[in-house]
Design a protein around this ligand. Structure first.
Ligand SMILES: Nc1nc2c(c(=O)[nH]1)N[C@H]1C(S)=C(S)[C@@H](COP(=O)(O)O)O[C@H]1N2
Ligand SMILES: [Mo]
Length: 433
């Protein structure tokens, strides 16, 4: 038990001298991994009571390891609003589609996907980034060094989790049950990854990057990383990638990787390492945590739903597929007028969106939407159109984007074991008065 009065559950777990496991043990009397019900006892009960601001009459029924919803909410209070929490430890939250209506996603509405616990120290003044491995000159840079030695640019960039849409898989796929909202397009400020790699001198033998961050493994073990992914060097040299220290004109939201993160648009969000401390250049495909097995990997061939696929038949996900989101109207509205604007965003991995079509008759007919060019490479594109519905009743609005290679979103996608890459149409329910 720490003697300091904790101000939040995150801080309590962070500050505990025996790490998160010790915190669980103090609060619940046993570690969270246990399936049995624990008790909030003595000091744990007192600490929890202080944190929720009231006594907990039914504390004896609280499952071991349960973080009260009030506290999960409190950890994001003031920095996130309206986002839907899927999991509190590690913390994962998605943004309802209608809250993604802004052209540029505000900090408070950018989804959060954490594989571990946030770092305790996120001080921009002392932060250091190391570039090493197969480079001519290993570099250790502060954020001030980055700002001084490299061109600083701001770009709107899409980050989408590879598992966005997983909730619609049948049979269900394990993992966070993202519906549509594990995507965002903030304006990120930083330096180009390419410029920094060039300054270090990329050797000819390099084929892959490896990214490391300062977040903490759920076990609390210092020698374990929650996630460390990488990408082929050709993708790393794309000038859209940033080593970012700013989000939407201010600091990066702590949950989105402050004070320094990678932003790699178009590829699974997991390539965009948060709380970035190291980029290591390698002569082999990176094999860090969440690079191997079935993580961010899909079968090389279509499989029937529910099939067990041998791990050697999986390949690493690269560019994300073409996709669109309806951000207005909000799904479930009742009493809509016959005519209203339908709008949203569309994006397409490493390419751009050519057109977006909208249907209100379950896909029998489609009307073409107006579509804007991306603000810059890696940004999503705004689309809008006005629909005129023939009479009162229940309708579904569907949106379907087609990319510059002529590839369209499907009605339903091929199932895969981990539920990645679901780019089926977004459907919104509307009842007309
Ligand atoms: N250090 C670190 N970086 C990380 C992760 C993480 O858990 N730790 N999650 C990754 C995943 S899976 C995604 S989808 C994106 C999400 O970025 P966001 O939380 O800013 O939305 O961050 C990536 N970078
Ligand atoms: Mo992700």
């Amino acid at each position: 038990m720490t003697d300091k009065k904790p101000t939040s559950i995150t801080q309590y777990y962070h500050d505990h001298p025996d790490g998160p496991e010790g915190a669980d043990k103090d609060l619940f009397g046993r570690v969270a991994e246990s399936n049995r019900r624990g008790f909030l006892r003595n000091m744990g009960l007192a600490a929890m009571g202080t944190m929720v601001g009231a006594a907990i009459p039914f504390h004896r029924n609280m499952p071991s390891g349960l973080i009260p919803a009030a506290l999960a909410q409190a950890t994001i209070e003031g920095t996130k609003s309206g986002i839907r929490i899927l999991n509190d430890r590690p913390f994962n939250a998605e943004t309802p589609a209608h809250l993604l209506d802004e052209d540029v996603t505000s900090n408070s509405r950018h989804f959060v996907r954490n594989n571990g616990l946030m770092p305790t120290d996120m001080d921009a003044d002392t932060w250091q980034l190391t570039i090493d491995g197969l480079v001519d000159k290993p570099l250790t840079l502060s954020i001030a060094d980055l700002k001084r030695d490299f061109e600083v640019v701001s770009q709107q960039l899409v980050i989408e989790c590879g598992g966005n849409g997983r909730a619609m898989f049948n049979p269900p796929a394990r993992g966070n049950q993202w519906t549509h909202g594990a995507v965002g397009c903030s304006e990120w400020t930083g330096v180009r990854l390419r410029d920094v790699l060039n300054a270090a001198g990329v050797q000819d033998t390099v084929i892959y990057t490896a990214h490391e961050g300062a977040d903490i493994h759920l076990s609390g073990k210092a020698d374990k990383m929650p996630i460390s992914r990488g990408m082929p060097i050709a993708k790393a040299m794309d000038d859209a990638n940033l080593i970012a220290f700013g989000q939407n004109g201010g600091d990066i939201n702590p949950m989105n990787g402050a004070p320094l993160r990678l932003v790699v648009p178009g590829w699974p969000g997991s390539c965009s390492q948060k709380w970035l401390t190291r980029i290591w250049l390698r002569d082999q495909v990176h094999d860090g945590p969440k690079m191997t097995g079935t993580s961010y990997r899909v079968p090389k061939y279509p499989v029937a739903p529910g099939t067990k696929v041998p791990t050697e038949d999986f390949e690493i996900i690269e560019a994300m597929p073409v996709k669109s989101l309806i951000t207005s109207p909000e799904t479930g509205i009742e009493g809509a007028p016959r005519s209203f604007e339908v709008r949203g965003h569309a994006w397409a991995g490493d390419t751009t969106v050519d057109f977006v079509d909208v249907s209100y008759d379950f896909g029998a007919t489609w009307q073409r939407a107006e579509l804007s060019a991306p603000a810059n490479k890696g940004a999503w594109q705004r689309w809008r159109t006005t629909v005129e519905l023939p009479e009162a009743g229940y309708y579904e609005i569907w949106a379907r984007a087609t990319d510059a290679n002529g590839v369209s979103q499907p009605f339903a996608i091929d199932w895969n074991p981990k539920g990645y890459l679901n780019n089926s149409f977004h459907r919104v329910a509307v009842t007309v008065a």
